[in-house]
Ligand binder design. Sequence first.
Ligand SMILES: NC(=O)c1ccc[n+]([C@@H]2O[C@H](COP(=O)([O-])OP(=O)(O)OC[C@H]3O[C@@H](n4cnc5c(N)ncnc54)[C@H](O)[C@@H]3O)[C@@H](O)[C@H]2O)c1
Length: 426
Amino acid sequence: MNYDIKDIKLATSGLNRIEWAERQMPVVTKIRERFRREKPLRNKRIAACLHITSETANLARTLSAGGASVFLCASNPLSTQDDVTASLVRDFRIPVFAIRGVNRQKYYQHIKSALSCGASGAINSPHITIDDGADLVTMVHSERREMVKTIIAGMEETTTGVIRLRAMERDNALLYPMFAVNDAQCKYLFDNRYGTGQSTMDGILRATNILYAGKIIVVCGYGWCGRGFAMRAKGLGARVVITEVNPLRALEAVMDGFEVMPMRKSLKLGDVFCTLTGNTSVIRKEHFLLMKNGAIVANSGHFNVEIDIPALEKLSKKIKKNIRTNVDEYILKNGKSIFLLGEGRLVNLACAEGHPATVMDMSFATQALTAEYAINNVGSLEPKVYPVPTEIEDWIAKLKLATMGIKIDTLTEKQQKYLSSWCEGT
Ligand SMILES: NC(=O)c1ccc[n+]([C@@H]2O[C@H](COP(=O)([O-])OP(=O)(O)OC[C@H]3O[C@@H](n4cnc5c(N)ncnc54)[C@H](O)[C@@H]3O)[C@@H](O)[C@H]2O)c1
């Protein structure tokens, strides 16, 4: 088996973590049991570019139980859990091409290896691609267009990736069908909001051990991730300031009880700044210069472009790396220090363990069932961005509730009739 990981000897710790995550992933476990019996993904090759965490390992096991050959690479150079990759190789015979902290060249080499389904020499095409940030899709469209003949469909896990796919669709550049898994309610309502919300807080805490109570935390972007983080920071007693560019989202933040102001005004106030926008250069040169001495800066959006790190480097007379684990101190020429967490990469994965398994259960159940759906509907899909079918979402929500021991009401016949009629008035 062809693979590239840090150290196979880390496998036992990885296995413990995979099994720990599995305990919180009853929906994925249920799907895996059925997949093992029915083998709906038999003889299919799946290339997946995801954050390689213990939760992702449980998705990979599930796809593999369904009969697929799964090839994994990382969707961010700092999000790989090296013990998990070791266990995937040793215990589950799943080839992984990912090592935490690799340089850009190696990172892309790993993407190519997973996309070629581990083949050395001749290139093997996948039938399904799964992305978190569109790296596989981009590589297929730019360098490996011949693979399109074999690919049935792709799935996209995150907001930033879906934005790119929609841009490709708009420009008629998309070459194969894609499913916007991120846009499924059973994904973004929980994963982006509660998952990113809690784990972003966790990443900042693990890196700095600051007390949130009384701090002024500036949250840039009040989307699903920003809402989640703002809610949790407030819960710990922080004074939360929101910056936004979308008037509706800004209004929502005001009515949710947060201070809303332009970035420039927040600079003199903020103790901690965290970007969650999916946009570029949200914190840049003119902002660093006005921040308080000792300001902490982090990003939880997909790419490390939300904070202009090259500008921060240029403003600095000295950079002290790793003054704590995952904390770099930039000493500016104006004498102030700014602390950057996790090199400006997703702070929840670079400085903590990413989303809790409970929410990844729903995200990855969606991935697994959508892969099955795509295979069952081969031939009827076009190169477009598709939503996840509602039946899949309903099934996951029902099962998740059941596994939590929560029952809900059902519509009576009279209510069903009332809701579907247009004749009844006051
Ligand atoms: N850290 C994680 O594990 C994780 C998980 C899910 C999504 N993400 C990523 O987080 C980012 C945000 O995702 P989302 O689902 O919240 O997206 P979203 O579209 O719901 O929200 C983004 C918000 O940022 C705002 N924004 C854009 N530019 C801005 C600027 N210059 N200043 C202030 N606000 C600005 C937008 O108006 C929008 O309200 C994406 O890159 C997504 O891929 C990260």
